[in-house]
Write a protein that binds this ligand. Structure first.
Ligand code: GLC
Length: 491
């Protein structure tokens, strides 16, 4: 394939800013595409918590104070430079700074002090999207593809089809939907006026009398992707699950490509992971136990060789199954296992988990917050990994777990269906434990089944090895994205 110029525009990218899988996606895919010879660059906002020193972020003289019109005002973006790399590739990263919108914000979308979304999110991300186009113009670097991600960048296709059409005649857009439930919904006034878009675009942005960024992106991107085949089918068919956007996806059906996410196996690899207590692979699984001990020590839990540890790393929302977990709590405690849970999110679930740990200090360890190092240790040290999601666009942690020989226990929805196959002890096939109904009973039975298998070492190691042998690396998936780019270029 012809080598392309690709600009990733995203509100999250690992290691700078991460609340969820989108950050791993953008960095992983960008590096995988670069390794295939494409010229890839990335742009994200420089939020207040991103350390310039730690991330080697530099000023670029000619990218200082770029004028960006916001409604009838002019704001100024200064864009800084950095890079990400893995052993196979290096990608140029740009970061948009602005004193008001980003420099002093300690959250990405929500204020960590109040737990509420920032009141000016529409304005912040309009500014950010326009800074992407201003960046290309100033550098005189016109990408073949601008790859947008979720609502925060979903107006770029609209800009490129209207205001910027003449200046970017060869640039095409791809929009990836990581989670269709966040759509960027704002009051029409003043939002529409702030976009600076021509009146003729108003209809495109309007949905249920509000401004809806994601809807506009779906209608105007040259290609739309989502992160697993099953989720793709679900959001096309289930208008409730898609938050009312199914009709628009159906309109764009011929340009809609569900593609399973990959994982970056240079970062998520038990053989090389520098954040875990002891490296191991499929031939040295006994060393995994060292990680279990280290994890339990960190969680202040006693180590019992015969007691499995169930790990969980999650945003604490009902979508991820937190309501089910809460309902199941008394029965979870009856099972002969321990729990180590890491996550942050909705306050009531944070409170519930804190109490769960304080009241059962011998069985439950909880850390509220975001901790990438602990996330790696949980992935390596737990015996099982629980993902009781109500819905799941793709999910990456089940793939990380399988790569680490940690057995995923998942509910059958979205990308979890596409990545985890239920274990059959007769045929010895399958990579995890899958349950279907979103009920306490089904969840507990799944864990019981996992615990029973855990005590049958021969079956258990078969299950573990089946998972470790799966190839979920980006290398195997990146070609799918190349096909989408090719399709976008001719759309
Ligand atoms: C979002 C989704 C998750 C997906 C990730 C990366 O975080 O909730 O399922 O894996 O994006 O695409």
């Amino acid at each position: 394939m012809k080598k392309l110029k690709i600009l990733f525009v995203t509100s999250e990218a690992f290691p700078y800013a991460k609340t969820g899988g989108i950050a791993d996606f953008t960095t992983g895919l960008a590096l995988a595409l670069r390794a295939r010879g494409h010229e890839v660059r990335m742009l994200l906002p420089r939020y207040g918590f991103i350390s310039e020193r730690k991330n080697r972020i530099h000023e670029v003289r000619r990218l200082k104070e770029l004028p960006i019109p916001i409604g009838d005002r002019i704001e100024y973006a200064s864009i800084k430079s950095s890079s990400i790399q893995n052993p196979k590739a290096k990608v140029q990263v740009y970061l948009t700074t602005h004193p008001e919108y980003f420099d002093h914000r300690w959250g990405i979308y929500t204020d960590p002090d109040t737990g509420e979304p920032y009141k000016d999110n529409h304005e912040r991300f309009i500014f950010f999207m326009l800074s992407a186009l201003e960046l290309c113009r100033t550098l005189d670097w016109y990408p073949d593809i601008i790859h947008c991600n979720d609502w925060a960048t979903a107006l770029l296709p609209v800009y490129l089809r209207t205001l910027f059409r003449d200046q970017f005649p060869r640039t095409h857009t791809v929009l990836t939907i990581h989670n269709i439930r966040s759509q960027g919904i704002f009051p029409l006034s003043p939002t529409f006026a702030l976009t600076g878009l021509p009146q003729s675009a108003k209809e495109l942005l309007t949905h249920r009398r509000k401004c809806n960024f994601l809807k506009a992106g779906i209608l105007t991107a040259h290609a739309i992707t989502t992160v697993s085949p099953t989720y793709g089918k679900q959001i096309l068919e289930d208008n409730k699950l898609s938050g009312g956007l199914s009709q628009f996806l159906q309109q764009r059906k011929d340009h809609f490509y569900p593609i399973l996410n990959g994982i970056d196996t240079t970062i998520w690899n038990p053989r090389k992971d520098k954040w875990i207590a002891k490296n191991y692979d499929i031939h040295s699984l006994d060393r995994k136990e060292v990680n279990k001990k280290a994890l339990l020590e960190k969680a202040r839990l006693e180590y019992y060789p015969e007691r499995p540890v169930v790990g969980m790393i999650s945003r604490l929302t009902p979508e991820k199954g937190l309501d089910l977990l809460q309902k199941a709590a008394p029965e979870l405690l009856q099972l002969n296992c321990q729990y180590v849970i890491l996550g942050s999110g909705e306050k009531p679930y944070e409170e519930f988990l804190k109490a769960f740990a304080t009241e059962h200090p011998e069985q439950v360890g909880v850390r509220i917050g975001f901790d990438e190092v602990l996330a790696h240790l949980i992935t390596a040290g737990a015996d099982m990994y629980l993902m009781p999601s109500r819905s799941e666009p793709c999910g990456l942690n089940q793939m990380y777990s399988m790569a680490y020989g940690t057995v995923p226990v998942v509910r059958a929805t979205g990308g979890l269906i596409d990545t985890v196959q239920d274990f059959d002890p007769e045929k010895k096939t399958g990579t995890g434990i899958v349950f279907k109904p979103y009920t306490v009973k089904a969840l507990i039975e799944a864990l019981q089944r996992a615990i029973e298998l855990y005590h049958n070492k021969s079956l258990w190691y078969t299950l573990i090895r089946n998972g470790m042998k799966q190839d979920n690396s980006w290398e195997t998936r990146v070609k799918e994205y190349e096909k989408v780019y090719a399709a976008a270029l001719t759309a």
